[in-house]
Write a protein that binds this ligand. Structure first.
Ligand code: SF4
Length: 446
C-alpha cells in the first residue's frame, strides 16, 4: 500500500513551539488526509510533538506551513527530496510566496486545497504532478468529510473542530480574508455535532476564525450550533469576534451549550492603534468599552482570553503601562501579547515594505523571525529596544507566576468556574514561561 506522509513543521521560537502542550492539531492536514483515497496509508506527523524520521517509508510527502514555519518546511522537503520522495507544499505561506516555495518543493498547492487534493493525488498516481496547483474558488464546507482523529497524535491536550472559515473584516495584519475569503462559509451543523460526539474527551476547542460571523447568516449559524451543542454535556472554548457581546441571547445560548472560554482578538486598548490596523470592528458602539464588554462575558460565566498586539503604528511608549493597567482593571482572564508582524501577502506587509521599515529580508531564512514574538519592523513611535523591553515588561507584570495565580482567583470570583480559573492560570503562566525560557529575561520584581 502506498503511503502519504503529512507534516506540520515545528515552530520552535514561539509560545506554541516551546509549550508543546498548547499545540493544536493541524486541522488542514486532517482535512486533506480525510480526502485521500482509501487505497493509501496516511500518517500525520506534527513536528511540534514528535521528531520527523526522514527514513519513514513514504511515497509522497505533503508539508503545510505558516510563514514562521516556512524555513523548517523547506529543510524537511529537501531531506525527502534527497531520498527521492516527491513533495508538495501548501498552507498560507506557500499560497502567498508561491514562487519561493516552488524553488524547494516539487509541487505547490495555492489556496484552500480541499478540492485540489484528490486531483493532486491522481496526478501523482499517473506520474504527472504539476509544479503549481491553484484552487479556483473557496470550497464549500457543506459536505466536508469527517476528520479521522485517530491520525492525530495522542499528545495533544485538546481536540479541535472547525465549523466555519473566512472573515470579511480584512484587518491589515491578518491573512485570513485573503487566504480563506471575505465570505463566511459554514459546515453543516449535523456534521459538526457528529464529529464532536466522536471526541471522547469532554473538552474541545472550536478553531474557527470566529464562531460568530458579523451578519445575520453568521448569527443564525451560531444560534443553531449552540442549540445543538446544548445537552451534549461538553465543555468548550472557541475563537470569537468580540461582536458576539452585542447579542446577549447568543452569550446566554453559548453558556448553556457549554462554552467556558473565548479567545478574542482585542488587538489594542487604544482606538488609534485599532484604526491603524483597520480593526474597526472592535470600535462598534456596543463593544468598544472593553471593560463593560468583558463583564458581559463574565455575567454568563464565560472567561475571556484577549489577544493583544504591541507595536502597531498607533502605539506610543505609553501603550505598555496602559495595557498592564487594563489587564488588572478589567479582570480579563487570560492574555497573549504579540509583537506587530507583517506577514507576507497582508496589506501591512505591502505598507511597511514600501516605507522601508522591514528589518529582516534575507528570505527565506529570515521568515523564521516572522512569528509574532520578535520585532521585525521598525516601529513608528518608539525604538526597537523600547518595543521589546515594553513587551517583556507587559508579560512580567501580568503573567508571572504570582500574577497568574492572582488573576486566576479573580476569574474564579468573576465567572464562578473552577474550570475557567484553571484554564487561565495554565494559559497565562505557560505563555509567560515560554517567553521566559526563550532566553528573554522577563523576571522583573513583582
Ligand atoms: S484579525 Fe480577526 S477580524 Fe481581523 S481579518 Fe483576521 S480573522 Fe477577521
Amino acid at each position: 500500500m502506498k503511503q502519504i506522509l503529512f507534516i506540520n513543521p515545528t515552530i520552535n521560537n514561539t509560545v506554541f513551539g516551546k509549550m508543546k502542550m498548547l499545540a493544536l492539531p493541524p486541522m488542514g492536514l486532517g482535512v486533506l488526509a480525510s480526502r485521500t483515497p482509501e487505497h493509501y496509508k496516511v500518517s500525520i506527523i506534527d513536528e511540534n510533538l514528535e521528531a520527523v524520521d526522514f527514513n519513514t517509508p513514504a511515497d509522497l510527502v505533503a508539508v503545510t506551513a505558516t510563514t514562521g514555519q516556512a524555513p523548517r518546511a523547506y529543510q524537511i522537503i529537501q531531506e525527502f527530496i534527497k531520498r527521492g520522495v516527491p513533495t508538495i507544499m501548501g498552507g498560507i505561506h506557500a499560497s502567498v510566496m508561491t514562487e519561493e516555495a516552488v524553488r524547494f518543493a516539487d509541487s505547490v498547492a495555492v489556496g484552500e486545497a480541499d478540492e485540489l487534493w484528490p486531483v493532486i493525488v491522481k496526478d501523482f498516481e499517473e506520474g504527472k504532478m504539476k509544479k503549481i496547483y491553484r484552487a479556483e474558488a473557496f470550497p464549500s464546507l457543506e459536505k466536508i468529510p469527517k476528520i479521522n482523529r485517530k491520525l492525530f497524535s495522542k499528545k495533544y491536550m485538546i481536540h479541535s473542530v472547525q465549523t466555519s472559515r473566512g472573515c470579511p473584516c480584512n484587518c491589515s495584519f491578518c491573512s485570513v480574508t485573503r487566504f480563506n475569503g471575505a465570505r463566511y462559509r459554514f459546515r453543516s451543523i449535523p456534521d459538526v455535532i457528529e464529529e464532536i460526539e466522536e471526541i471522547e474527551d469532554r473538552r474541545f476547542f472550536i478553531a474557527d476564525d470566529s464562531i460568530v460571523g458579523l451578519g445575520p447568516e453568521g448569527i443564525d449559524h451560531a444560534k443553531r450550533l449552540f442549540k445543538s451543542l446544548k445537552g451534549l454535556g461538553k465543555s468548550w472554548g472557541s475563537q470569537v469576534c468580540i461582536t458576539i457581546a452585542e447579542h446577549d441571547d447568543l452569550l446566554k445560548a453559548a453558556a448553556e451549550a457549554g462554552a467556558n472560554t473565548f479567545y478574542i482578538g482585542f488587538e489594542s486598548i487604544e482606538a488609534e492603534s485599532l484604526k491603524s490596523v483597520n480593526k474597526n470592528v472592535n470600535l462598534r458602539p456596543m463593544i468598544k468599552n472593553y471593560k463593560n464588554t468583558i463583564r458581559k462575558f463574565h455575567d454568563h460565566g464565560i472567561g475571556v482570553i484577549g489577544g493583544f498586539i504591541l507595536g502597531t503604528d498607533g502605539d506610543t511608549k505609553e501603550i505598555f503601562d496602559k495595557t498592564i493597567e487594563f489587564i488588572h482593571e478589567t479582570g480579563i482572564d487570560g492574555s497573549q501579547f504579540t509583537i506587530m508582524t507583517p506577514f507576507p501577502g497582508t496589506r501591512l506587509y505591502s505598507q511597511v515594505e514600501k516605507e522601508g521599515r522591514l528589518l529582516f529580508t534575507n528570505y527565506p531564512e529570515d521568515w523564521v523571525k516572522y512569528n509574532a514574538y520578535e520585532a521585525v519592523i521598525q516601529p513608528r513611535n518608539m525604538t526597537i529596544d523600547e518595543l521589546v523591553a515594553g513587551w517583556r515588561n507587559v508579560y512580567s507584570e501580568t503573567s508571572s507566576p504570582v500574577r497568574s495565580l492572582r488573576r486566576s482567583l479573580k476569574t474564579l470570583m468573576n465567572t464562578g468556574s473552577v474550570v475557567n480559573a484553571s484554564i487561565n492560570l495554565f494559559w497565562n503562566y505557560y505563555n509567560y514561561k515560554a517567553v521566559r525560557d526563550s532566553g528573554m529575561n522577563i523576571d522583573a520584581p513583582l
